[in-house]
Write a protein that binds this ligand. Sequence first.
Ligand SMILES: Cc1cc2nc3c(=O)[nH]c(=O)nc-3n(C[C@H](O)[C@H](O)[C@H](O)COP(=O)(O)OP(=O)(O)OC[C@H]3O[C@@H](n4cnc5c(N)ncnc54)[C@H](O)[C@@H]3O)c2cc1C
Ligand code: FES
Length: 365
Amino acid sequence: MCTRSFFAIDYTANNLMKQYQVRNLNSGITFTVKEGESVLSAALRQGVMLPYSCKNGTCGSCKGQLESGEVHYPFHPPLALENSEIAQGKALFCQAAPSGDLVIQAREIEAVRDIQVRKMPARVIEKTLMAPDVMRIRLKLPSAQRLQFLAGQYLEILAPEGKRRAFSIASPPQSEDVVELHIRHVEGGGYTSWVFDELKVRDILRFEAPLGTFFVRNDRTERPLLMVGGGTGFAPLKSMIECLLSDGDKRPLHLFWGAATQAELYMHEQVKQWEHDNAHILYTSALSETSSSEAQDAFSGLVHEAVLDTYPDLSAFDIYISGPPAMVETGRTAFLDHGAEKRRIFFDSFEFGLDVPVRVLAKPH
Ligand SMILES: Cc1cc2nc3c(=O)[nH]c(=O)nc-3n(C[C@H](O)[C@H](O)[C@H](O)COP(=O)(O)OP(=O)(O)OC[C@H]3O[C@@H](n4cnc5c(N)ncnc54)[C@H](O)[C@@H]3O)c2cc1C
Ligand code: FES
């Protein structure tokens, strides 16, 4: 009896739930958005891969054009949208909820469409301090389980109280049953403090993966690659480079890795070895808090300045940027000013989690 009435209520609720149709002019695909859902969540639920990264309205990866219809922002404010962009009909699909049917223009990312997103447990098999504030964690997947992903994608650790924390996968997809993460300790950060102080080898973590649309594009392989990382922003770039090397991809690749001090370039020797062993790889490190006399072979300044110092014209490059939000945003803006093609800049901005108060998200960090 209880079961029957439960289903009766559920059925009625479903019938009453409002749904809107969203048509993407770029692909011709139509999907439905339920009340209380963002356009992005609904799209991903139905296998429509719109670009995204932070999912909290701060990075701008999911920005697209609203051709007709209206949206509102009931979740987080659309911090990555300027008022002028709203006036031009731009929307942030990770936060936008439809107020009626919509017609939009958004890029769709076909390469990740068929990869299943899964939740799985994993055992911590290594915890190594790589720099004063960077911990390398290696996770072993359950036996006979493999994680399919594209180099550059990230996972979300399912932390207590329903919180989630995103970390880029630093190992390449071919490393099969072990996943490597590079975790920077954030001052006052709940999860990263726990990782540094309490997490132990043999502990079990749960995560969801693979996520994100940051991966190497192969549609224009004649273009050289420029990779720009800040701090642990090196992690997804490491995965990409190891994957490209294993595939024998010989596109010219220049990695710029920036940090405040030399100690924070926690795999500097490994990267120099890649450069030494591969004629098509170049490496430049940039140190922002070290004077040029101390920096030896590094550029003295911010990492985007090192890029512009080497390549004042960026029109020929496919550019991949990852790291702290302020560094990603400054880099993107400067690179566009120096001829980079907007559609050929790909980025993952290491934004804070969804539960962090908006006043903290809004500050540059
Ligand atoms: C796509 C993506 C990939 C990422 N990849 C990596 C990676 O590879 N490596 C990496 O190190 N990081 C990465 N990050 C960042 C990571 O997900 C976390 O945001 C970061 O580690 C901080 O988590 P935390 O729980 O330690 O900090 P949080 O607890 O989330 O705190 C963040 C900041 O907000 C402040 N804060 C939190 N709550 C409050 C409050 N109530 N009042 C006032 N202040 C508050 C804290 O003091 C701290 O300064 C990535 C993020 C994204 C989106
Ligand atoms: S602003 Fe929407 S994914 Fe970052």
